[in-house]
Write a protein that binds this ligand. Structure first.
Ligand code: UD1
Length: 386
């Protein structure tokens, strides 16, 4: 059997890593080994957004990198499709495997379907109900075209059934990203917060100053932001910056890992100086996998608009203020046993939850099948597919 996996952006890399590991394990004893081929569209291309994850998670170098790079959504998807069509035609795989909801996912799904190649979607069935999110469009189209839909939770099964997808194509396998978390937890644990902050600072701060604020508090809030709905409008981004600088950082040290899109927008809206001048906020470059995991394990609270971090917080028990109005991952919400609460970008709600949650004890509750063995189940479903 020949399987071709397609990845493109940062959140894909922690999902493909355990899948490749499962194939390698299977091949050790298989009578007929699986022939696996990895394609990277190159949507994320900075070392910090891409190569560092391949290195840290032992992902083999992609067999082909399409070098798509930045662009509008149509440009990224269009360029990916043109190049993927050539690769699929030459490789002629039995399966194309896609992950999550990024532009590479939808591009590969449409291209494979038109060439009559079977598609497996890992992380199928997530729905935010918000068609303004580019990722929601990517999810719906990919699921509609996929032959095998592997879901991370039971909500996703209901979503797919409600859209008329036949039962036999849907299989509940758990969350593949948690395989990566479990495999790398011990290694992350060994890292020092001080080293992570010192070596990844965007604006240089002296050793002394970092030691002072981190050791005296030994507590910090972790911040990430990148969604267009939060960073692309000046008034919204300004109100978030004002809250972080004028209020949150007065209560607790903030470590903010800045996504390239966000740094660009902060500079564009003349907010960058304000953030840089705050002496209780550390601005870090996007971090490697283990460093981010270590910060998440240790953080007093997370403020984020990332879906993946919401999930990791649920497993680690880190209280998570999710700066979105909706989520495609309800299983991570407090009302369903998770660690996350939705606050949108309404400062009143953010303030209230931040103040209430800041010193809440950790209370992790693991969702069903988020057990570190999802990749094996994914591969099993592909092998058993009839
Ligand atoms: C993408 C995914 C999103 C995911 C996020 C995580 C889609 C539709 N969105 O959004 O689901 O949560 O990744 O990171 O696929 N840039 C760099 N270096 C890079 C990559 C991007 O500087 O390596 C800059 C680009 O110039 C661009 C901006 O960051 O302006 C955004 O990148 P893009 O790939 O468009 O989407 P993300 O916002 O990262």
């Amino acid at each position: 059997m020949k399987i071709l996996s397609v990845v493109g952006a940062r959140p894909n890399f922690m999902k493909v890593a355990p899948f490749i590991r499962s194939i390698n394990n299977y091949n050790k004893t298989a009578f007929i080994p699986i022939n696996h081929y990895l394609v990277h569209t190159g949507q994320h291309y900075d070392d910090r957004m891409s190569k560092s994850f391949f290195d840290a998670l032992n992902i083999p170098e992609a067999d082909i990198n399409l070098g798509i790079g930045s662009g509008t959504h149509a440009e990224q998807v269009g360029r990916s499709m043109i190049e993927l069509e050539k690769v699929f035609a030459i490789q002629n795989p039995d399966w194309v495997v896609v992950f999550g909801d990024v532009n590479a996912t939808i591009a590969a799904a449409i291209t494979a379907k038109k060439l009559n190649i079977k598609i497996c979607h890992i992380e199928a069935g997530l729905r935010s109900g918000d068609m303004k999110m580019p990722e929601e469009i990517n999810r719906i189209v990919t699921d509609r075209l996929s032959d095998l839909l592997l879901t991370p939770d039971r909500f996703s099964i209901d979503n797919l059934k409600a859209e008329g997808i036949p039962n036999k194509r849907i299989h509940f396998v758990g969350n593949i990203m948690i395989d990566t978390l479990e495999l790398n937890r011990a290694q992350a644990e060994k890292l020092s917060i001080y080293d992570i902050v010192y070596h990844n600072q965007i604006i240089h701060t002296s050793n002394y100053q970092i030691r002072q604020s981190l050791s005296s508090l030994n507590q910090f809030a972790l911040v990430t932001l990148h969604r267009p709905s939060n960073v692309d409008k000046k008034d919204i981004l300004k109100s978030l910056v004002d809250f972080l600088v004028d209020e949150a950082s007065q209560k607790i040290t903030i470590i903010w890992t800045v996504h390239p899109r966000t740094q660009k927008q902060l500079r564009l809206f003349n907010l960058w100086d304000k953030v840089c001048k705050s002496d209780n906020i550390y601005l870090l470059h996007p971090l490697d996998y283990h460093s981010m995991l270590k910060l998440n394990m240790q953080a007093q609270i997370m403020l984020t608009d990332s879906g993946g971090l919401q999930e990791e917080c649920t497993v680690l028990g880190t209280p998570c203020i999710t700066m979105r109005w909706n989520t495609e991952r309800p299983v991570t919400l407090r009302e369903y046993g998770g660690a996350s609460v939705l606050v949108g970008n309404d400062i009143l709600r953010i303030r209230e939850e931040f103040n209430q949650t800041l010193y809440e004890p950790r209370n992790p509750e693991r969702p069903e099948l988020w057990d570190g063995h999802t990749a094996d189940r994914c591969l099993g479903e592909i092998i058993d597919y009839t």
